[in-house]
Design a protein around this ligand. Structure first.
Ligand code: SF4
Ligand code: SF4
Ligand code: SF4
Length: 248
């Protein structure tokens, strides 16, 4: 697959440059990620982080089968786990495929095969991190052209899939409407178990997260604000994030 080959070329190139850079710099202080403890979104089914790093052989099978091109391989600038797969929901979230093909493709158990369907996924939890910018809360319509990021992404994919084209067309249809994108694009079979738009005290609406959220990052991906108002906290759970009374 062309994108995978490109990713691998980039990985080798960056790995080599990274090692050279470290040698020339005489230390490891040149990347903010190299401290090594920053969590990222891992693909569906990923086991606990330390075990994942031990089991993942960096084969790239998970990203080769992903029909949304959601998974990338970490280059040296991402610090620990160079060559391991991750998801950057600000670029492309996971869309919670039926039968979770990335997990099926994993040969080592780094992605646990007991993750068999969308509801089994537990990547993290969605949080309305920047409510002040949320268009729904200020009753602001979605501006035309809001979807440039996803169009650019799709344009750069060499083997674009029908699922990606359908996603793009669905997203385009929201231009000019009141923003409910995070809730309406949530891909799990019962999205109301994960997120709903609820009236807020100021007369707008706000997305409210429930314990069915799997942290796939689709909501972050489609959020039309410059810095997504809703983001995913990797490996966090509903209980950790919300049952402490943090939800605003
Ligand atoms: S569930 Fe589907 S969209 Fe999500 S990472 Fe796996 S293959 Fe990609
Ligand atoms: S398929 Fe499994 S072992 Fe291969 S890169 Fe993905 S997580 Fe790692
Ligand atoms: S609210 Fe829906 S789209 Fe957002 S992370 Fe949770 S499951 Fe995914």
């Amino acid at each position: 697959m062309a994108k995978v080959q490109t990713d691998r070329r980039k990985f080798i190139q960056y790995s080599t440059l990274g090692v050279l850079g470290l040698v020339m710099a005489g230390g490891v202080g040149i990347s903010p990620y190299l401290a090594g403890d920053e969590l990222r979104l891992r693909p569906p089914g990923a086991v606990e982080e330390k075990e994942f790093l031990g089991l993942c052989i960096k084969c790239g099978q998970c990203l080769q089968v992903c029909p949304y091109h959601s998974i990338e391989l970490a280059d040296w600038g991402k610090g620990h786990g160079i060559g391991t797969p991750y998801i950057d929901a600000s670029i492309r979230g996971c869309y919670a495929c039926d039968a979770v093909p990335c997990v099926l493709a994993c040969p080592t158990g780094a992605l646990d095969h007991s993750c068999e369907k969308a509801e089994d996924i537990a990547i993290g939890i969605a949080v309305l991190e920047f409510p002040d910018t949320c268009l729904a809360m200020s009753n602001t319509a979605i501006p035309k052209g809001f979807n440039t990021k996803m169009h650019r992404f799709t344009d750069t994919v060499q083997n674009v899939t029908q699922l990606e084209l359908d996603l793009l067309a669905k997203l385009d249809s929201f231009a000019g409407k009141q923003c409910t994108l995070c809730a309406d694009m949530c891909p799990i079979p019962n999205p109301l178990s994960a997120i709903a738009m609820v009236p807020d005290a100021q007369g707008g609406k706000r997305p409210e997260i429930y314990d069915g959220c799997i942290g796939c990052g689709a909501c972050e991906d489609v959020c039309p604000t410059t810095q997504a108002s809703i983001i995913i906290k990797p490996r966090a759970t509903y209980a950790l994030e919300y049952e402490k009374g943090k939800q605003s």
